[in-house]
Ligand binder design. Structure first.
Ligand code: COA
Length: 702
């Protein structure tokens, strides 16, 4: 999962900064520079939050005039604070920030959060870079500028101007957007979803997602990381992030307009959305589209690791049970279906008319006792690896009572396996959901959210094992570089088909039988000798791009006689249609049958070279059924890439069709080798059948 590409992640400077983050989140002393006695000011709110949240360390409000604020003694500057200062919040107007940051450096402050706006987001990049230079010079880990601060519940520290009383939990929420971060903080509090941290990243001049993820990787108080992201400044550096804990990500800017808004909002560029998806996929990050899904998934991922994937559903209503079955099927959540065993285990705890088919239906008449018994059996049985409890609100059973009995049963078995609850109903159901969340049992109003989250939990084991996969920077073979260099020297920006074939073949791309000939006799002899028939013949000319438009493609040539005749016919037609074109000869290629795929490579401005795989031929235009991986990627990534496309059934062997996946994967790995040396590669189609895969057409742009 972690690419061995050059990065500053391992440099001692970056390692120091990670050390400093520890001081920021667990400081012994905090200074608030710009603390004010005016309740309307941000500097007042931050100081108030630090005090009200019960932070146990020393608090130093820095204010030039006031002797004390909110009962806490003030100091006119950092230098006069009586002890070391681990961490400073800076909330002074923009022109003062640089000076204050230098004061932090002189005081040997380890970390700082700059709340102040008015830097790169409004074009003041130079002023922002000056802050980065100071932070590097004094080895300060710097958040912001343009942030709302952060909250870290394990040390009771609320160094933000967001809401107070964030519930403790295991999820660290990192937000690139300030306003959205604050509002989502409020929303999690209303839903009683617990958080270990809320961090506003702002303009990310120093600390960004990568550094924070790597810090939280080793923080025992954090089990899951949830990120709201608008854009990444350095995609290639982001790809070196070490992922050790589940990461849920909401990336906005998927629409063209959204991307423009995101770019102007944070001063960062938003790359193409499918490349972002590829990057998240490759790193094992789980992308969700909605905020509520993101928080539901994150809460589910905080649950104990399941021992297998056999899921049991308990319900009091048939309708919601069917809905749950549909959702589980859609997202690949496996339901345990050993009917004899289920009947034996659950019948004693059910009314006669209840169903022991999974979903176990205790029915509306089952009451509190019915739920209690079924939940108890489900938690006790090792064959059941995860439990989903559904509840439809009825007048005979109070949802809050159901929530309480679930909490008691779950705690009694020390939360031994994943347990998720979905409750559908009115105000009491909502309260019950909040009660469950407060007790760190993921609860929600939509079964779909539970199914998506549970699948993510099951997948995590596989994702976490990917860190063992080796990713090497692929090396280009000398032969390939020689051809590319020759073309470059000729002043061309594209390779001819036979040159593209030479390069790709040297890299290890599987080819059909092929050749390049300048005369009819040479073509016939070559095809005869290598038993190439039936053959496709294509004109070779630097001046002709669309070969078929000028009569430069003839398919299915069956023997030497036909080859000679078609050669002369092609020369004549092409000369008539493109009289000025300099003709170099013809490309010959054996005709192959099979499933048409496409393999390509192009360069993303943020992530660099990305390899694409999908369904080829006409389908590539219509269905756009393609997926990407960022170079460099592992063989495991190449395998997952092939498994990601919608038409993967065709490759698994549908109605007599078949594919040779090993050679597709070999092709994807081979294309990586020249990714750094060329601009674009297009193998369309790569035809695959049970015997192998073949690059039937190839084009390289340099
Ligand atoms: N050292 C110590 N205190 C200083 C100082 C310095 N070098 N320079 C200024 N101060 C004090 C001021 O005297 C003032 O205290 P007072 O109220 O007792 O006079 C306090 O710091 C704040 O300065 P002030 O000039 O009143 O600014 P402000 O509070 O109106 O605004 C910011 C300051 C940082 C809040 C404002 O510039 C800003 O950036 N707001 C946007 C923040 C934001 O939205 N961030 C992104 C969130 S997502």
């Amino acid at each position: 999962m972690t690419a061995e590409v050059p990065s500053d992640a391992g440099s001692s400077g970056a390692a120091h900064k990670l050390q400093n983050l520890k001081k920021i989140f667990n400081p012994k002393s905090v200074a608030i520079v710009g603390a004010s006695s005016e309740p309307g000011k941000i500097g007042y709110q931050i100081l108030n939050n630090v005090i009200q949240n019960g932070f146990k360390g020393k608090v130093y409000p820095i204010n030039k005039k006031a002797p004390e604020i909110l009962g806490v003694k003030c100091y006119p500057n950092l230098a006069e604070c009586p002890t070391d200062v681990d961490f400073a919040v800076i909330a002074v107007p923009a022109p003062m920030v640089e000076g204050v940051l230098k004061e932090c450096g002189e005081k040997k402050v380890k970390g700082a959060v700059i709340i102040t706006s008015g830097f790169s987001e409004i074009g003041r990049k130079k002023e922002e870079q000056a802050l980065k230079d100071i932070a590097d010079k004094y080895d300060i880990a710097l958040f912001g500028p343009n942030t709302f601060g952060f909250v870290y519940t394990p040390s009771n520290l609320n160094a933000s101007f967001g809401p107070q009383n964030v519930s403790p939990g295991k999820v660290a929420f990192i937000s690139q957007s300030g306003a959205l971060g604050i509002s989502l903080m409020g929303w999690t509090m209303m839903e009683k979803i617990g958080l270990a941290a809320v961090v506003s990243l702002g303009n990310k001049v120093d600390i960004g997602e990568k550094e924070l993820i790597e810090y939280f990787n080793d923080d025992p108080n954090v089990r899951v990381i949830l990120i709201y992201m608008e854009g990444i400044k350095d995609g290639r550096q982001f790809m070196t992030t070490k992922v050790k804990k589940p990461i849920v990500i909401i990336k906005s800017g998927t629409s063209t307009r959204g991307a423009q808004a995101a770019a102007s909002h944070t001063g960062s560029l938003s790359g193409s959305d499918s490349i972002y998806s590829a990057a998240f996929n490759q790193l094992g990050m789980i992308r969700t589209r909605t905020f509520s899904q993101a928080f539901a998934t994150a809460s589910i991922l905080s649950l104990p690791e399941p021992k297998g994937e056999d899921t049991l559903i308990i319900t009091n209503g048939g309708g919601i049970g069917v809905n749950a079955t549909d959702e589980c099927e859609e997202f690949g959540v496996k339901l345990i279906d050993d009917q004899t065993w289920l009947e034996e285990k659950f019948r004693p705890s059910m009314p006669e008319y209840g169903s022991t088919k999974n979903p176990i239906d205790v029915t509306g008449g089952g009451g509190k006792e019915g739920y209690k018994k079924a939940v108890r059996v489900a938690l006790a049985e090792d064959r059941i690896h995860a439990v989903v409890v559904l509840y439809c609100e009825t007048a005979v059973l109070d949802p809050v009572d159901v929530a309480k009995l679930i909490i008691d049963e779950y705690n009694a078995v020390k939360r031994n396996k994943p347990l998720i609850v979905t409750m559908v109903g009115g105000e009491r159901s909502r309260q019950a959901i909040q009660t469950l969340n407060e007790n760190q049992i993921p609860a929600m109003a939509e079964v779909r959210q539970a199914a998506i989250g549970l699948k993510a939990l099951y997948n995590w084991k596989d994702i976490s094992s990917r860190s063992k996969e080796k990713v090497k920077i692929p090396e280009a073979p000398a032969k390939a570089l020689e051809v590319i260099e020759r073309v470059r020297k000729e002043g061309r920006t594209f390779l001819l088909e036979h040159e593209s074939r030479e390069v790709l073949e040297a890299c290890g791309v599987p080819m059909p039988k092929w050749g390049f000939a300048t005369t009819a006799d040479e073509a016939a002899g070559m095809a005869e000798k290598s038993q190439m028939y039936p053959v496709a013949m294509k004109i070779a000319s630097v001046d002709i791009i669309h070969k078929s438009d000028v009569g430069g493609v003839i398919l299915n040539i069956k023997n030497a006689e036909e080859m000679r005749a078609k050669f002369f016919q092609m020369m004549e037609t092409v000369k008539k249609n493109a009289p000025k074109a300099k003709i170099l000869g013809v490309n010959l290629c054996q005709m192959v049958d099979g499933v048409q795929c496409i393999v390509g490579m192009n360069k993303d401005p943020q992530f660099g070279p990305a390899v694409m795989f999908g369904m080829g031929g006409v389908l590539v235009e219509i269905l756009k059924d393609v997926s990407f991986r960022i170079v460099p990627f592992s063989e495991g990534d190449a395998q997952r890439l092939v498994g990601e496309i919608k038409a993967k059934k065709l490759l698994d062997g549908y109605r007599g069709q078949g594919a040779h996946k090993e050679s597709i994967i070999k092709t994807l790995m081979a294309v990586q080798k020249i990714a750094e040396h060329v601009k674009e590669v297009d193998i369309n189609p790569l035809i695959t059948n049970v015997a192998g895969s073949y690059a039937v057409d190839a084009r390289i742009i340099i």
